[in-house]
Design a protein around this ligand. Structure first.
Ligand SMILES: N[C@H](CCC[C@H](N)C(=O)O)C(=O)O
Length: 277
């Protein structure tokens, strides 16, 4: 099996193209290949597949074998892959995902290679039961959640995949390893959830650290950055365009008022290609 190792701000993926559909053993393969000691090592396994509604289709399997509906950093890597490898010569393409259908992606190239990608991540879903949470409400904003005797306030946003956004004094040094897994698997979240800890720095800038559903602590989370800005607007903390600073770098997020779509702009990088023995 040929693969290409790629990342978006250090959120890294094993990218496989050429299959007609998701292999039946994709979950087992993801667990085996994402292992950083016995495998290639990555946060997820990404397949580029044919699509009937878009130029390409992306399916993403987390390192624990669970399939995610959407992945912001991976979609930028897929866009770079298909252009750099000559599968398309267009700099505006569409990529189909499980959670958001056909999404428009704009490629910014330099020297014939993609450097930066702007993705239309679609409309956020705020209805409590649709995120999903067990809370039957139009929106879940600053809602109390208790874990191990500690009470946080969270805002729930789906970008196709579910996110729980919590504001803390110092996201950069927050104890992600203790609280991330407890919140990821909290009974309020029927399909588990990605957890973002956020510190607002200004009306156009936040710090964010993420504990990802099915992958744990990652260096960056594209859908999490989108959820962070949507949540911050709902809580009156930032404007609709903001830079989200993650451990792996910055993403520019815009929650457009006129079309209600969230746009994410950031880099994508290829590390190496290989063949599995
Ligand atoms: N772990 C996530 C999928 C990857 C999302 C993240 N890597 C991104 O860049 O959006 C989930 O299960 O919803």
């Amino acid at each position: 099996m040929n693969f290409t190792k790629m990342h978006g701000l250090g959120n890294d993926f094993i990218v496989v193209a050429g299959e007609k559909e998701l292999p039946a053993n994709a979950a087992e393969l993801a667990v085996q290949l994402c292992n950083r000691f016995f495998g290639i090592g990555a946060d997820g396994l990404v397949y580029i597949l044919p699509s009937e509604v878009a130029d390409f289709r992306m399916r993403i399997i987390n390192s624990d074998g669970s399939e995610a509906e959407q992945c912001g950093n991976a979609i930028r890597c897929v866009a770079k892959y298909v252009y750099d490898k000559g599968l398309t010569d267009r700099t505006t393409i569409t990529i189909e995902t499980l959670g958001a259908g056909a999404q428009e992606v704009q490629l910014q190239t330099e020297g014939g290679k993609v450097q930066t990608v702007r993705v239309d991540m679609g409309e956020p879903v705020l209805n409590g039961l649709q995120v999903p949470t067990t809370i039957d409400a139009e929106q879940v904003v600053s809602h109390p959640i208790e874990v191990d005797g500690k009470t946080f306030e969270f805002t729930a946003v789906s970008m196709g995949n579910p996110h729980c956004v919590i504001y803390v004094d110092d996201a950069v040094n927050f104890d992600l390893e203790t609280w991330g897994p407890k919140l990821e698997t909290h009974p309020l979240f029927p399909r588990k959830i990605n957890v973002e800890f956020v510190t607002v720095k200004s009306r156009n800038h936040t710090d964010m650290r993420v504990w990802e559903r099915g992958a744990g602590p990652t260096l960056a989370c594209g859908t999490g950055a989108c959820a962070t800005v949507v949540s911050s607007v709902l809580n009156g903390l930032t404007d609709r365009t903001a830079t989200v600073s993650l451990k792996g770098g910055d993403l520019l997020i815009e929650w457009n008022e006129s079309d209600n779509h969230v746009y994410m702009t950031g880099p994508a990088a290829e590390v190496y290609s290989g063949t599995l023995s």
